[in-house]
Design a protein around this ligand. Structure first.
Ligand SMILES: NC(=O)c1ccc[n+]([C@@H]2O[C@H](COP(=O)([O-])OP(=O)(O)OC[C@H]3O[C@@H](n4cnc5c(N)ncnc54)[C@H](O)[C@@H]3O)[C@@H](O)[C@H]2O)c1
Length: 259
């Protein structure tokens, strides 16, 4: 296999692997030879991803838990080391969208849950992943931020705050850990057709195609992204051949950030 795409013998930890980006990335890395530690609090979805990845030839450990709890991050890293002897790659991807509304109506529980899941989940993930990678003197971490981490997020202030913090953590980790050969980057996707965006329980009365058309209106490419268009970039960022990219927050946004 071309070494840009060869993940054989690599051990990758992916949070939020039951659905959307996390599920698709797990399958892409499994196809390319990686063994996996997969996490999510959706047990049913996680089991399906595990089965898919095993069918593709990967050895998989799947653990359910709430990524907002530090102990869960620690448990995931321990599972990688206990079962596979190392951790080469970590993708801090699990995340939630808030109920949308103006900043003047922001409530404490919404902000707290956004920061607990979308920011602390990444911070504690980094803490425990970096300890193992520091000892190995090697590793690559990808944090999933958002276009909301790069600019204002009208009607989604708590999400925007949490995703900006992910970029701050990414840059800090990259600078602290560059000397020990651990790369830490973030990806900032525009709206993408995953269950987070298409979820009919979030918008029970909406026509999803219409909603997605509206979301895409301001984007130069006039459409939202397909999951594989984001996941392909994740694979490139994590590629063992991509060994000098460190500390950046990469927009994958159909040209939004060029406007
Ligand atoms: N879809 C988009 O438009 C978009 C755009 C930019 C960034 N993102 C980010 O991408 C990441 C993945 O989102 P997605 O679009 O694939 O959504 P998704 O809802 O399909 O997947 C998110 C997964 O995270 C899991 N999860 C949520 N909270 C958790 C918790 N506390 N503990 C453990 N697991 C938890 C969910 O169960 C789910 O399986 C998120 O961080 C999201 O903020 C998504």
């Amino acid at each position: 296999m071309d070494n840009l795409l060869d993940f054989s013998e690599k051990v990758a930890l992916i949070t939020g692997a039951a659905s959307g980006f996390g599920k698709s990335l797990a399958e892409e890395l499994a196809k390319r030879g990686a063994n996996l530690v997969l996490a999510d609090f959706n047990e049913e979805g996680l089991t399906l991803t595990k089965q898919d990845c095993e069918t593709l030839g990967s050895k998989v450990i799947a653990l359910t838990g709430d990524i907002a709890e530090e102990a869960h991050s620690e448990e995931l890293v321990k599972a990688a080391v206990d079962n596979f002897g190392k951790l080469d790659i970590a993708v801090n991807n699990a995340g939630i969208a808030p109920k949308l509304g103006p900043l003047v109506h922001l409530d404490g529980p919404t902000l707290s849950r956004q920061l607990d899941v979308n920011t602390k989940g990444v911070a504690f993930g980094l803490k425990h992943q970096l300890r193992v990678m520091a000892a190995q003197k090697e590793g690559a971490i990808l944090n999933v931020s958002s276009m909301a981490g790069l600019g204002g997020t009208p009607m989604g202030s708590s999400y925007g705050a949490a995703k900006h913090a992910v970029i701050g953590l990414t840059k800090t980790a990259a600078v602290e850990c560059g000397p020990i050969n651990v790369r830490v980057n973030a990806i900032c996707p525009f709206f993408t057709s995953t269950p987070m965006v298409d979820n009919p329980t979030m918008n029970p009365n909406d026509n999803i195609e219409e909603v997605n058309k509206n979301l895409a209106r301001g984007c130069p490419m006039k459409r939202i992204a397909r999951v594989e268009e984001i996941v392909n970039v994740m694979v490139m960022i994590l590629s063992p051949a991509n060994s000098y990219m460190n500390g950046i927050a990469i927009p994958v946004d159909g040209g939004m950030s060029a406007m």
